[in-house]
Design a protein around this ligand. Structure first.
Ligand code: FAD
Length: 282
């Protein structure tokens, strides 16, 4: 299928991109195009203007900012998955990016595009939730920071306004993290039927603080607070891990679709919370 007609704009600066967005009624940002183009071809979205930011300079870097790692808007999944800073300070995100789709998509799609897209079954949103990341949104009205916990509103709906570009993601340093999932075709490199990211802080096996995020299971990736509470203050015992896993879907409506029933997804959510916890505590 072909997309409906649209105006294609290639801005030469971020300011120009933001100005076009602010002046357009129904514009969409194009980064890697891995989700936007299929949606346009299926005519599930019909933007009148597409603002292609993929060649804007200076947005494709990962930098050490002292207390946090800054990921630019145009950093691709492949770079997020292999970058030494991300692997060291945001292991869950490196692992999630490394099992996002196939190599062609990883070489074209961007981490910020995946986050902005806010697919309920995407990998990297779970990682940024668990890592306590901060989204940096820019518009002609100025820049603002959105905590990951407030960013994912509903299926394909984020806290970004129509005229905002997600220009970067800041990930605080500290703690250890891991991501684990079951992909739709049984392996890793496909959308998760269920996946979990875990972040913990503590020394000598103790868990002083923790965040656990689950994806693929409900209408948006979410923080499983009761699961995290089950391990906070403990020493990462198998009992605590089992209790955390049993709380993986507390307070959410679990989805049912052709990939799995409610019961299957509830089960998988627990399994992947357990695996990610075991990985990070190992
Ligand atoms: C075959 C295939 C398999 C896939 N498998 C997986 C998988 O296993 N796991 C997974 O998580 N994902 C998967 N994906 C999705 C993939 O990760 C996409 O790359 C990602 O969702 C979107 O990134 P993008 O840069 O391509 O964004 P685009 O497609 O360009 O944009 C996606 C959406 O986000 C908006 N957007 C993009 N960038 C920004 C920005 N900087 N600021 C504001 N809005 C922005 C766009 O307007 C659009 O609405 C798959 C995709 C394909 C085609």
């Amino acid at each position: 299928m072909y997309p409906a007609n649209f105006e294609y704009v290639v801005p030469s600066s971020l300011h120009e991109a933001l100005t076009v967005l602010s002046e357009s009624e129904n514009a969409k940002v194009l980064s890697g195009g891995m989700s936007l183009i299929p949606l346009m071809k299926m005519r599930l979205v019909r933007p009148t203007t597409v603002v292609d930011i993929s060649r804007l300079p200076g947005l494709d870097t990962i930098t050490d900012e002292g207390d946090h790692i800054a990921i630019g808007a145009l950093v691709k999944h492949a770079e997020t998955g292999s970058n030494a800073l991300i692997r060291e300070y945001a292991t869950a995100l490196a692992q999630a990016a490394g099992v996002t789709a196939d190599i062609q998509v990883r070489n074209q799609g961007t981490t910020c595009g995946s986050i902005a897209h806010a697919d309920l079954a995407a990998d990297q949103p779970a990682a940024v939730l668990a890592l306590g990341a901060v989204m940096v949104a820019d518009s002609v009205r100025g820049q603002r920071q959105i905590p990951a916990a407030d960013f994912f509103v509903d299926t394909l709906t984020s806290a970004l306004a129509d005229d905002e570009i997600l220009v970067g993601i800041d990930i605080p340093k500290g703690g250890r993290s891991a991501y684990a999932k079951l992909g739709r075709r049984g392996g890793d490199s496909d959308y998760p039927i269920a996946g979990a990211a875990v972040w913990i802080q503590g020394t000598d096996g103790s868990v002083a603080d923790a965040r656990i995020a689950v994806t693929g299971v409900s209408s948006k990736p979410y923080l499983a607070s009761a699961a995290a509470e089950a391990v906070i203050g403990g020493n990462g015992s198998s009992d605590a891990i089992a209790t955390a896993a049993s709380h993986a879907t507390d307070d959410v409506v679990v989805l049912e679709d052709l990939y799995g029933s409610v019961e299957y997804r509830e089960h998988l959510a627990g399994v992947y919370v357990k695996r990610a916890l075991e990985d990070v505590l190992a």
